[in-house]
Design a protein around this ligand. Structure first.
Ligand SMILES: Nc1ncnc2c1ncn2[C@@H]1O[C@H](COP(=O)(O)OP(=O)(O)O)[C@@H](O)[C@H]1O
Ligand SMILES: [Mg+2]
Length: 460
């Protein structure tokens, strides 16, 4: 176990994003407020970017109020981050000089007893009055000093918080108030309240979205170097493997480094870190058991898979599978490939996690059934090839793609590449003479498939 956390101490890359944030901050001087919504998948670096921005703000010379708040998973209170904002701003105003509705709003959201004792504070403000009182409070403060508010993890915000933001942001566009919030882009599709609030905010000219892309290979290399620090070096092949497998996600890269170091010190082979699996499985949790079963079958087919083959394997048809695939796409579990109507897993690590999850119980309960599932899979694949071959041949030159030998079945058995599929099926299945021989051959093939390092798949 490593007592020191394996994280990069240096802030890497994100120059453009940081300068977009700094520009938004500079605009405050000319009373251009608004919001920047930082979106990106889990672990891509939203919090780190925000922390860097806040750090720079606090080190800067300008006098401005910085309010940092966060939304919490499961235990989110109504108006959670708004309470933090109100409590901070209340310290910058003279209560006696405030209009009654603003005092009541402060009392209501901070539950401070002196305010509650106030005769006017006994009744709660109606929602509309509360919202306008909040805007009034911010305007009173920003008349004297600019305010930058950050909110972490907006995808966990309660609906009252989202209501306040959607109401207040347009009304504060010409005030020295800037909101910078982070949210998981993959949560947007499954959280309708968030989706509605974010879309409403983004319609405002004063609001912009900053989408965080994956790190480049060289940035990931820098991150690995920095995370390793002066610890024992990892072999070049392991570092390269981490570089490829992390697919530009710094959280995955750090966790893989940690896993590799732990395995190295224990003299064992590195397995897929629990932290990575947990973050991926969390996304799967919102799917139904049937939808998960479909994705498990897809994971057996490979990093890329053909919906037609998946339909055969699951005993369904493509139309029936599409809603599941769309949901998985919206949750950023799979990606639809535009050019050939196939799908692939968002990360090779996503596929590996689902594959491990689906393989475990079978291996534990019955060693045979894993093999039999693959027999079914390949049986279905063979039927698909047969069906493809029964179709009229395309003109020569139409299908020039040569499949990799030993590659995942999904790659080879597209209905669009009947010629390739038949070649590859022969290569893959060979000409087994007996059932036993076929099973041996298939289980050997599935071992290759299981061992296939995910980065090979990502390079397909
Ligand atoms: N620009 C960066 N420079 C260095 N390390 C980073 C950078 N971005 C992210 N990381 C590291 O990657 C991990 C995940 O980043 P984090 O900001 O927590 O992701 P998110 O908030 O998007 O889930 C953290 O340990 C973080 O320190
Ligand atoms: Mg975060």
């Amino acid at each position: 176990m490593f007592r020191q956390p394996i994280v990069s101490r240096t802030f890497i890359g994100r120059r453009e994003e940081l300068s977009a944030l700094q520009e938004a901050r500079r605009d405050l001087a000319s009373s251009h407020g608004g919001a920047v919504l930082i979106g990106g998948e889990t672990g891509i670096g939203k919090s780190r970017l925000l922390a860097q921005f806040v750090n720079d703000l606090r080190e800067g010379k300008s006098r401005r109020i910085v309010v940092t708040a966060e939304c919490l998973e499961r235990v989110q209170q109504p108006f959670g981050p708004i309470r933090t904002l109100v409590a901070t701003l209340a310290e910058f105003v003279e209560r006696d000089e405030l209009p009654g509705n603003v005092r009541r709003a402060i009392a209501q959201l901070t539950r401070s007893s002196p305010e509650l004792d106030h005769a006017n504070a006994t009744e709660a403000l109606e929602r509309a009055d509360l919202l306008s009182a909040l805007v009034e409070l911010v305007k009173l403060v920003v008349a004297r000093q600019a305010v930058v508010m950050t909110i972490e993890d907006l995808h966990w915000a309660d609906s009252s918080t989202l209501d306040v933001l959607a109401y207040a942001i347009p009304r504060l566009a010409r005030s020295r108030f800037l909101l910078v919030a982070t949210f998981r882009s993959d949560e947007l599709e499954r959280n309708e309240t968030l989706l509605a609030a974010v879309s409403q905010m983004l319609r405002e000219p004063s609001v912009r979205r900053l989408a965080l892309p994956a790190f480049s290979r060289s940035e990931i290399r820098d991150l690995i170097d920095d995370a390793l620090g002066d610890r024992a070096a990892l072999p070049a092949s392991v570092r390269h493997d981490i570089e490829v497998r992390s697919e530009g996600n710094p959280f995955f890269a750090e966790e893989l480094v940690k896993g590799a170091l732990e395995a190295q010190s224990a003299g064992a082979l590195a397995s897929l870190p629990l932290s990575i699996r947990a973050s991926i499985l969390q996304r799967l949790a919102t799917l139904s058991a049937e939808e998960r079963r479909v994705l498990e079958r897809a994971a057996v087919l490979g990093y890329r898979f053909d919906p037609a083959l998946l339909a055969l394997v699951t005993g369904s048809n493509v139309e029936a599978l599409l809603p599941t695939l769309r949901r998985a796409r919206d949750l950023n579990i799979v990606v639809e490939e535009s050019d050939d109507a196939r799908f692939r897993f968002r990360h090779a690590l996503t596929r590996q996690t689902i594959y491990i999850r689906s393989a475990r119980p079978r291996a534990a309960s019955c060693g045979e059934s894993g093999v039999l599932t693959r027999v079914n899979t390949l049986g279905a694949a063979t039927r698909l090839v047969d069906r493809s071959l029964a179709r009229p041949r395309r003109p020569r030159g139409h299908s020039t793609h040569t499949p990799h030998t030993g590659n995942a079945v999904s790659c080879d058995f597209s209905t669009r590449h009947a010629d390739n599929a038949s070649t590859s099926a022969t290569k893959t299945l060979g000409q087994p003479r007996s059932h036993g021989e076929q099973r041996t051959q298939l289980s050997r093939r599935s071992d290759v498939e299981a061992d296939r390092s995910p980065h090979r798949a990502s390079l397909d």
